[in-house]
Design a protein around this ligand. Structure first.
Ligand SMILES: *Cc1c(COP(=O)(O)O)cnc(C)c1O
Length: 218
């Protein structure tokens, strides 16, 4: 089955990269997948999932958590400020902190709740105008501003440009994380997760390779 196949490929990539076995976490990206496919992966024992849309996740996961027990949920899609409150209650981690206004919102919510999901800063490593994320040149200052608000991101996330070799983008993200003392690296998807693991990924986000093609392209 696909999940076991992915796990085997992860173990091989960890070994090849001199990484400890099991040091990379697999986020099963279940956005827009039919419920029966998600249930099948839960039934196999997997308990870490990624979603892109707050509304969709809210409609799906409370009931699945009731049925299957604790499931870790990571938000990997763009987060609107007006959905941040719902998001911090539903998700264990947010991979898409991409602007100062959202940092401010998350910092305020963390203070009010006395708890915060784990936060990753999304970096626009390809400097693509249509893509979200902090530009590489602005990252160190942005992290400083976050910490001044008592928001402590623990990692970085990127989505390399589609037509490019992802390796230099993963290497750049790893260097930026190391420079800033951040241990988390959310990088690598179905087509390139082994390359990401070679460059130090701690969290890979894999959708179609586990669940099959999504019913409509995004
Ligand atoms: C959809 C999505 C993924 C999963 O993509 P696949 O190619 O299906 O593995 C990973 N990361 C983000 C940010 C996504 O939106």
């Amino acid at each position: 089955m696909a999940l076991a196949d992915i796990a085997g490929r992860m173990r091989a990539a960890e070994a090849l990269g001199g990484r400890a076995p099991g040091s990379v976490r697999l986020i099963a990206v279940s956005k827009v997948q039919p419920l029966n496919r998600v249930e099948a992966v839960l039934a196999e024992g997997h308990r870490l999932f990624g979603e892109n849309y707050v509304q969709e996740a809210l409609g799906k996961w409370p009931a699945l958590r009731d049925r299957f027990g604790p499931v870790q949920l990571h938000m990997i899609g763009p987060l609107q400020t007006n959905k941040a409150k719902v998001a911090v209650e539903l998700f264990d981690a947010i991979h898409t902190l991409d602007r100062p206004s959202l940092a401010q919102k998350l910092a305020g919510l963390a203070q009010a709740r006395g708890a915060s999901p784990q936060v990753f800063v999304q970096v626009n490593t390809g400097q693509e105008p249509q893509k979200a994320g902090i530009l590489p040149a602005d990252l160190d200052g942005f992290l400083k501003d976050c910490r001044a608000m008592d928001l402590a991101p623990t990692g970085l996330m990127c989505i390399p440009p589609e037509a490019e070799d992802p390796a230099p983008h993963f290497a750049m993200l790893a260097a930026m994380a190391a420079r800033n003392g951040l241990s988390g690296l959310s990088m690598g998807m179905s087509s390139d997760f082994e390359t990401a693991i070679a460059h130090g990924a701690t969290h890979i986000r894999v959708g179609s390779a586990i669940f099959g093609a999504r019913t409509y392209p995004r």
